[in-house]
Design a protein around this ligand. Structure first.
Ligand SMILES: NCc1[nH]cc(CCC(=O)O)c1CC(=O)O
Ligand SMILES: [Mg+2]
Length: 328
């Protein structure tokens, strides 16, 4: 006679076949979106010091990476340009140069690998002299002026072949503004994936090195990115972007914000993406290299956690490696 009254939760866990039967979630190649950094040049790749294993790629190598991603079952790429220094300016005008690095990258992949989705980041920090996502006047980040510049940026990206416009800036009203502009120009089929709940986070550090904005950044982003103390506010941000016409929403960073993913999934019946950001990548790689954790196991467990939390997909720098492993 057992004091458990016959109830033993370990019973289903005793063999792999049984664990497989009761597994609640799956992690598949199609869950993985691959963020890539673009640089000028031919056959160029440069290491990102704080992201071991990640390289910025020139457009020709980017096209090869896109082929590899397609073959591994990755549905979409997210592109981020490392704009040459001399093209960064206070007005961030390079953001809407139809021939900028981002547009040429979109165009090249779209022609060579039309089967893969292309997500274009829209934010000014990759083009501005000060690394801020918004235009600045007297120390203030200007909302509506920034949105006007972002509309122009989204349009050149759509013309270059972007399938999904992904505003990552956290200005108010940009989803509605970009949606209206896209529709007016005949791009009603282009989706908007809004970085809806994006926190002012220390975990973006390595990304800022990768795109070359970190050393320029003065101050922080707390007047537009969210306070990490809040979660009700994330639901308001998401609701607003959905009202404005976002097709899908993103929550960022990832692992420290799984509670936000779960709340969003329960509250809104829409596609939700999580961004396992650069600092999260660096922590896993560096802790793995130091022998503190099993690196491969940590990658798998961290990605699976996003699915369990309710994410429909994950932007992750581990995408290609993991899509290949999971697809086997
Ligand atoms: N608008 C820029 C942008 N888009 C994606 C990231 C971070 C991604 C990562 O850390 O991997 C950032 C950085 C920031 O807001 O400072
Ligand atoms: Mg918002």
């Amino acid at each position: 006679m057992s004091f458990l009254g016959g109830k033993r939760l370990r019973r289903v866990r005793q063999a792999e076949w049984s664990r497989a039967m009761v597994r609640e979630t799956e992690l598949l190649p199609r869950d993985l979106i691959w963020p890539l950094f673009v640089i000028e040049g031919q056959n160029e790749k440069t290491a990102v010091r704080t992201m071991p294993g990640v390289e910025r790629l020139s457009i020709d190598l980017l096209v090869e990476a896109a082929r590899a991603a397609r073959d591994a079952g990755i549905p979409a790429l997210a592109l981020f340009p490392n704009t040459p220094d001399h093209l960064r300016s206070i007005d961030a005008e390079e953001a809407y140069n139809p021939n900028n690095l981002m547009c040429r990258a979109l165009d090249a992949i779209k022609s060579a690998v039309p089967e893969i989705g292309l997500i274009a980041d829209v934010a000014l920090d990759e083009y501005s002299a000060n690394g801020q996502d918004g235009l600045v006047r007297d120390g203030e980040i200007l909302n509506d002026e920034t949105v006007t510049a972002m509309i122009k940026s989204a349009l050149v990206q759509a013309r270059a072949g972007a399938d999904i416009i992904a505003p990552s800036d956290m200005m108010d009203g940009r989803v509605a503004a970009i949606r209206a502009a896209l529709d007016a120009e005949g791009f009603e089929r282009v989706q908007i994936m809004s970085y809806a709940a994006k926190y002012a986070s220390c975990f973006y550090g390595p990304f800022r090195e990768a795109v070359g904005s970190g050393s320029r950044l003065t101050g922080d982003k707390r007047t537009y990115q969210m306070d990490f103390a809040n979660s009700d506010e994330a639901l308001r941000e998401i609701e607003q972007d959905l009202i404005e016409g976002a097709d899908s929403i993103m929550i960022k960073p990832g692992l420290p914000y799984l509670d936000i993913i779960r709340r969003a999934k329960d509250a809104f019946n829409v596609p939700i993406y999580a961004y396992q950001v650069s600092g999260e990548y660096a922590m896993i790689e560096m802790a793995g290299a130091a022998g503190a954790i099993n690196r491969d196991a940590a990658v798998l467990e961290s990605l699976w956690a996003f699915k369990r939390a309710g994410a429909n997909g994950i932007l992750t720098y581990f995408a290609l490696e993991m899509a290949r492993k999971l697809g086997r």
